[in-house]
Design a protein around this ligand. Sequence first.
Ligand SMILES: [Zn+2]
Length: 414
Amino acid sequence: MVCIICRKSKNDMSDEHVIPDSMKGFYHIYSVCKGCNSLLGDRVDSPLINHKLTELYRFSHEVAGKSGRIPNPFSGIFFQEGNQDTKFRVDVDDKNELRVKSLPTVNIKKNGDEIESIEVSLGSDDEHKIDGILEKLAKRHGLPANSIIAGDKKSVLSTEGVKGQWKIDTLKFKIGLLKIAYEFAVDTIDGYFDDSDAIDISTILKTANYKRAEEYVKVGNGLQPEVFEPYENYLDLSSEKHYLILSPSQFGLICLVKLHDLFAVGVVLSSRNYLDNFSTIVGINDINKRTFNKMTLEEVVKQCHGPEYTRFGYHFDTEYEAYLAQQEINSPSFKYEGTEQAEIPLFDESGQKYPLLLHELLPSLKSEVKYDGDWVIQQYYFTDTPKYHVKSVSTGNLYRVIAFEISSERIKKI
Ligand SMILES: [Zn+2]
């Protein structure tokens, strides 16, 4: 089998998480060799997983990494405002709560080569460590252990006003998003693997070329949920889900990646489109249900809508004709030939049946979509020539139709 990253024929295929495991991804593919899988983990997934924002996210959602530990986004050294001498560390305790701890500070006063005094400051939590620290200091400075007399051991430090700085990576994490988009497209669209852009992307991933990843991950800066706005009527963008969407665009084939409320970006995968609007493909990773499902946008829309209601628009030449027809059409027992699924035969004015049933004719008719609140109304317009009629089941009367309407209410998002 050919590995989709190194593009070589390999026997050792692996279980590759398209969305990293530690971000609660449940989309698996088996077309990446073991070597490439571990390389991707180290150099491609890791800037995404270890991004400061991901750490914050995993911290707030308590998602443990492979080691079983929840990352500490506050790791690093902090200073207290107005007190640059004391360093602080922010720890995550067993209950996943943050604790600010002061780091020991040591002040050595010298007179020439001679040590006059050693001052050690510790937070009250670490008070018990002072003897050990003093012992080490004595050793390091060649002093006999008994020459140090511990004075006031305790120095209580306030942990208020502790400040630090974070470095936020704005480049490297994008390669992790490029990998997700590329693997989703290769796994989903026939023929994409051989696209010249796909070949280039696999090289970027294989060599972990962070700079060049930006050439493809270029719609939005990576943190803009706006790129998902066109889908907000159908996708529940505030739910605990990751969304992947493959669709045509003005740039060519694009993959929108939204990792819960963390990253949202558009990846341009090819100058070719491969798909039309109807075949846009949506991948939904449900964090709570631990599932990943792929469906077409058409299926998404269907799932979000309630039952369909249909009706014809009739045309009558005279008011009298309309009056007579309405007696029959408006009666609850009125039925025209055909089935509920728009498999309805149509007739010309002499009663001759047309070869196409209604649902076969609809795609060729002029149509428009109207929105009214949560209702979506699709209207189709019949031509004047030829004229179309439906036939009453009970009387055999022909009634001329000029429009057909399918409406349904949007009742949920997925
Ligand atoms: Zn490989």
